[in-house]
Design a protein around this ligand. Structure first.
Ligand code: SF4
Length: 244
C-alpha cells in the first residue's frame, strides 16, 4: 500500500514546483530529499548527458548509478567512461548482474528472446533494486515526449513498490530542448545517435528508428514490451500503466 504521508509530500512538491525549471527542480530535490538519501540513475544513453551535466554543475558528488546489463553496446561503455570524466562526476557506481545469476537464469544468453520481461528483471530491475536499498529517492531522465506511456509524467512521483520518491527534472523538456542544451553546453553525443538510434538500451533489443516514429519505437521492436521494468506503474501519481 502507498505510504500516505509520502504521497502527500509528492503531491505538494508537484503543486509547488510545477512551473519551475529543470535546474530548479533538480536543486530542490537534492536539498529537500537529502535526508532520504538521493541518487541519480543513468543509462548514459542518447540524451542522458543533459541531466548528468545539470547534476555535475549542481553537486558532482551525488551518486550516479549505471546498470551494465552485460549486453550493452560497446559504444555505450566507452561513452559512459568518457562522459563521467569530462563532467567530473565523482561517484559513478557501475552495477552488473552477478555471473552466478546469469549462469543460473540465462546460461545461453537467450532469455531476451524467450522472455524479455524476465531478462530485464534479471539484468536490470533486481540489480537496481539492490543498489537503491540505501536510498529513499532517485532521479531519472524520463520525459513526457518520449512515448505515449510517459505523456503525463510529473516532476515528482511516489514509487509505491519501492517506497521511494522518483524525480524527473526533465519531464517537460522536448527533444529540441535537449538538443539545444547539449549544443549550447558542447556536451559529447553518444556515437550511435548519428547512426539512427534516438533511444539506446541493450544491443540485442535496440533497433534504428524511422522518421515519424516514437523516439522509443526501436526498443523491443515487434514486441508489446515498452519499458524495462525500472519504471513500473506509479500507483499514486500516474493513472498510466507502464509495462515492466
Ligand atoms: S533490454 Fe533486452 S537484453 Fe537488455 S535486459 Fe532487457 S530483454 Fe535483456
Amino acid at each position: 500500500m502507498p505510504h500516505k504521508s509520502i504521497a502527500v509530500d509528492v503531491a505538494a512538491l508537484n503543486k509547488k514546483y510545477r512551473h519551475h525549471s529543470a535546474t530548479e527542480v533538480l536543486q530542490v530535490a537534492l536539498k529537500e530529499l537529502a535526508p532520504r538519501k538521493i541518487a541519480m540513475v543513468s543509462s548514459f544513453g542518447a540524451e542522458s548527458v543533459a541531466l548528468l551535466h545539470l547534476l555535475a554543475i549542481s553537486d558532482n558528488t551525488v551518486p550516479v548509478l549505471f546498470i551494465d546489463t552485460r549486453l550493452l553496446f560497446a559504444e555505450t561503455l566507452v561513452y559512459q567512461a568518457d562522459v563521467s570524466e569530462k563532467l567530473g562526476l565523482k561517484d559513478i557506481r557501475i552495477l552488473r548482474p552477478t555471473r552466478q545469476s546469469i549462469t543460473r537464469e540465462d546460461p545461453y544468453g537467450a532469455l531476451r528472446f524467450t522472455d524479455p520481461d524476465r531478462c530485464c528483471d534479471l539484468r536490470k530491475t533486481r540489480v537496481l533494486q539492490e543498489a537503491l536499498d540505501g536510498f529513499g529517492a532517485w532521479i531519472t531522465g524520463r520525459k513526457r515526449f518520449q512515448s505515449g506511456t510517459r505523456k503525463e509524467l510529473d516532476f515528482f512521483e511516489y514509487d509505491a513498490d519501492q517506497n521511494k520518491i522518483k524525480v524527473n527534472p526533465l519531464a517537460h523538456w522536448s527533444a529540441e530542448d535537449i538538443a539545444t542544451y547539449m549544443e549550447e553546453n558542447r556536451l559529447p553525443r553518444h556515437p550511435l545517435i548519428d547512426q539512427g538510434y534516438p533511444s539506446i538500451g541493450c544491443a540485442p533489443c535496440t533497433s534504428k528508428v524511422q522518421p515519424g516514429e516514437d523516439q522509443r519505437a526501436g526498443r523491443w521492436r515487434n514486441h508489446p514490451k515498452t519499458e524495462c521494468g525500472l519504471h513500473m506503474e506509479n500507483q499514486v501519481q500516474s493513472p498510466i500503466g507502464e509495462r515492466a
